[in-house]
Design a protein around this ligand. Structure first.
Ligand SMILES: *Cc1c(COP(=O)(O)O)cnc(C)c1O
Length: 355
């Protein structure tokens, strides 16, 4: 498929101070758009000026949440090259999300090619500062123009780009998290495995409650028994308990993170055992109490790894590793960011240059 290119005739000024980029507030000059319907399949691929969408008020996405998305980053290396980290994994996951939500799958090769074209056109927007990146948000919406609850007949796929600041502008500081035992994020058979908008809308309330009590994130429990650990905020979670790394096994309600997968592959390549298993809340609290919970960290594209300093549950607060980043967490951060920024070799071929 050809990509029609419509250049933005009035490009915006690039942010002057990369220290103030923040996250997800500034967008580049162009976006990628493509449409789908049952007859024609995917068609009308375009790179066009970034701008508001015109959307019918009865559009499926507005009423029934037919939406999926991805999140990844482009990194500018010291030699000027712009690279992606395992983008094929994102498009594979997006297709799994699409299947779950009754949305059409993308051709992953075309999705990657069109993403590269878009980034090349907006290459000047990829920031230069240490830790900064171009955040990439592909998303898909159902936009049938009628209100029946039914399989979608018309869909749009878009990619928008947002230069983003360093997640750790103030250094890697461990975060405090609260175990959430009222709201749940997802259940098996539901949409927890899919990166679909509704999961996030429904998680905001618990996040707000945690924030009011001074916690950065919530730790989600399983939606059935509320006995097992699932994720933290919108990151996967890992622990080092009695010298061993472990993370909740993908059970159908946990989002299969690419950072999670990369960490497991990295550790195993180093000969370090990393368990994927059910981890009960009781086990975690016991370990936190007797000091055998040696490290805890969240992992996801935004933060890479985010050490956990304190864990709060039922009015008690447990400190982990003296509320300092632990050696395994630091090692994983150094290795992954080293590969992402071209400062370390990439034995896994995870890096995909934008060319
Ligand atoms: C995106 C996401 C993650 C992390 O996935 P990555 O591919 O590592 O960025 C984890 N949990 C949830 C709920 C997510 O939405």
């Amino acid at each position: 498929m050809d990509i029609q290119i419509i250049r933005n005739a009035s490009p915006a000024a690039k942010p002057a101070d990369e220290g103030k980029l923040g996250f997800g507030r500034i967008f580049t000059d162009h976006m990628f758009t493509m449409e789908w319907d049952r007859e024609k399949g995917w068609h009308d691929a375009k790179i066009e000026p970034f701008g508001n969408l015109s959307i019918h008020p009865a559009s499926t996405v507005l009423h029934y949440g037919s939406e999926i998305f991805e999140g990844m980053k482009a990194y500018r290396w010291a030699d000027g090259r712009i690279v992606l980290f395992r983008p094929q994994e994102n498009f594979a996951r997006m297709n799994r999300s699409a299947v779950r939500m009754g949305l059409p799958e993308l051709d992953p090769d075309f999705a990657l090619r069109s993403l590269k074209e878009l980034i090349k056109i907006d290459a000047d927007w990829v920031p230069h500062g240490v830790g900064t990146s171009l955040y990439i948000r592909p998303f898909m919406i159902g936009d049938d123009e009628h209100l029946g609850v039914h399989s979608v007949q018309h869909v749009r796929y878009l990619v928008i780009l947002s230069p983003s600041g360093s997640y750790y502008a103030a250094g890697i500081n461990p975060v405090d998290i609260m175990i959430e035992d009222a709201d749940v994020r997802a259940v098996r058979g539901g949409t927890g495995e899919a990166k679909c908008g509704g999961n996030y809308g429904a998680s905001v309330r618990a996040g707000e409650r945690a924030e009011q009590k001074g916690y950065a994130q919530v730790l989600w429990l399983d939606g059935v028994e509320r006995k097992y650990i699932e994720e933290v905020g919108s990151m996967n979670i890992m622990f080092k308990i009695k010298g061993k790394v472990c993370t909740p096994v993908l059970n159908g309600s946990i989002l299969p993170g690419i950072t999670r997968k990369s960490i497991l592959e990295l550790l195993r390549s180093e000969g370090v055992e990393a368990e994927e298993r059910r981890i009960s809340l009781a086990e975690l609290i016991d370990a936190a109490q007797d000091g055998t919970l040696e490290e805890a960290w969240g992992c996801g594209t935004a933060a890479v790894v985010s050490p956990v300093g304190h864990l709060a549950y039922e009015g008690k607060v447990y400190e982990i590793n003296g509320a300092k980043i632990g050696p395994v967490t630091q090692h994983l951060y150094d290795e992954l960011t080293g590969i992402q920024w071209g400062k370390r070799p990439d034995p896994f071929n995870w890096i995909v240059p934008v060319e």
